[in-house]
Ligand binder design. Sequence first.
Ligand SMILES: Nc1ncnc2c1ncn2[C@@H]1O[C@H](COP(=O)(O)OP(=O)(O)OP(=O)(O)O)[C@@H](O)[C@H]1O
Length: 248
Amino acid sequence: MDQAYAPPTVPAPDLGLAPVLDCRSLTKRYGSVNALNAVTFTIPRGRVVGLLGPNGSGKTTLIKLIAGLLQPTAGSAYILGEEPGASPKARVSYLPERPYFSPSMKVTDTLSFFADFYADFDRRLAEDMLLRLSVPTTATMGALSKGTKEKVQLVLVMARRAALYLLDEPIGGVDPAARDFILGTIIANYHRDSTILVSTHLVSDVEHALDDFILLQYGNIAMYSSPQLVYQQTGRSLDQYFREAYRC
Ligand SMILES: Nc1ncnc2c1ncn2[C@@H]1O[C@H](COP(=O)(O)OP(=O)(O)OP(=O)(O)O)[C@@H](O)[C@H]1O
């Protein structure tokens, strides 16, 4: 069922290139649970797109399908014109919703791990960002607070030169001051040619950093628009609008 889907209301920048992400009738069922229902949308290059929606609306499922970590029940996700596979994966930098480094690894070890694993990883950029976020790089991951671990993992993912960044709940545990730094410096002003799809419940924190947003509800796209357009049409911030209209 896809009748809630509305096409993007913000015109895409005409870069004369294939869209970074093109999802066509993307569907995922877990047994009898319809997690994603024939979702169709396109994201052009150079956009920061928020993936919003209440618990269980399908955000993580969508991100994992795009990252190639889940097989769709039907439909496809194309990244720069290709389905997820070995070559597009190299163009995608994915931040999972849960920490994945061993607690005994030092922060510097995680940098070496990324440098060995990803040819597009910019170690100096990562070190610079960690310094600006006051992350102790000689500490082990297990000794870091939840928010600091999130900072490390986000920095690692954003220090790759990818075409598409998929960030699943990147800053839930980060304190508000650091959230501003992360959103303002790392996400909003980052790699202007790259595209970021970021899932989050922190609408009021992220909305100023977003070019567009996709609102999922019950595995369908309920809205694909921009915070600016919502403000023009309703006089409300995205956060206020959702609290009133959708309670998510
Ligand atoms: N491995 C799984 N097996 C069965 N059902 C699943 C599985 N993973 C997700 N689901 C179901 O699919 C639906 C979408 O889940 P998903 O995790 O994608 O939502 P979400 O929007 O990311 O939620 P949240 O905001 O709570 O993280 C939910 O009904 C969830 O219970």
